[in-house]
Design a protein around this ligand. Sequence first.
Ligand code: AMP
Length: 216
Amino acid sequence: MRVVFLGPPGAGKGTQARDLAREWGVPQIATGDILRQAVAAGTRLGREARDYMDRGALVPDEVIVGLVAERLGEPDAAGGFILDGFPRTVAQAEALERLLEETGQALDAVVYFEVSEPELVRRLTGRRVCRECQAAYHTVSAPPRREGTCDRCGGALYQREDDGEATVRTRLEVYTRQTAPLLERYRRRDLLTTVKGEGAIDEIRAAVRRAAEARR
Ligand code: AMP
């Protein structure tokens, strides 16, 4: 299974990618998670990316493409992957096509998560994330059993720097301007399949599973 999960921030790509990656036995390649780990570890990549991320802007294409090329070259990605949060620009989509072509691979599907803007803002501004396992919660609609603590691994929950309301607005604008044009590109290539990203998490998962498996 070689799939891209496409959609605005807060659409639920990460939540679904985590579960389906396990189910399909492929890695979840989440560029945002990789960058946040690099920031936390204080590596050169982290220092390069931090400023863009805090502002809600995209990290430059060449940085991201290099990172993804390296990650796709690891042995666990040879049999498939879920790309979560990449590509986000036309240049990244072109680079991905080249990368896959070079290794004789092709995408099976691009799953687009459709969620209304007010719902995205509500989800992002109330989101809390586990520092250890990256599981996501919501202060109102999906609180953890014990405040501030991850149900799955006991890790501490925190609010992402870029989940404040002003930065959320910027991220949604960036999505509309730079990422949404990819929908048309993948529609033309007959790879796009749309899933309604609102409702119960397990029902959305079933819809994503159906959509992706139908195209394998
Ligand atoms: P995410 O966790 O996917 O919401 O990503 C958080 C932040 O990481 C984004 O707002 C960007 O600053 C950066 N980022 C993640 N993925 C990409 C990408 N494919 N291209 C550029 N920047 C990215």
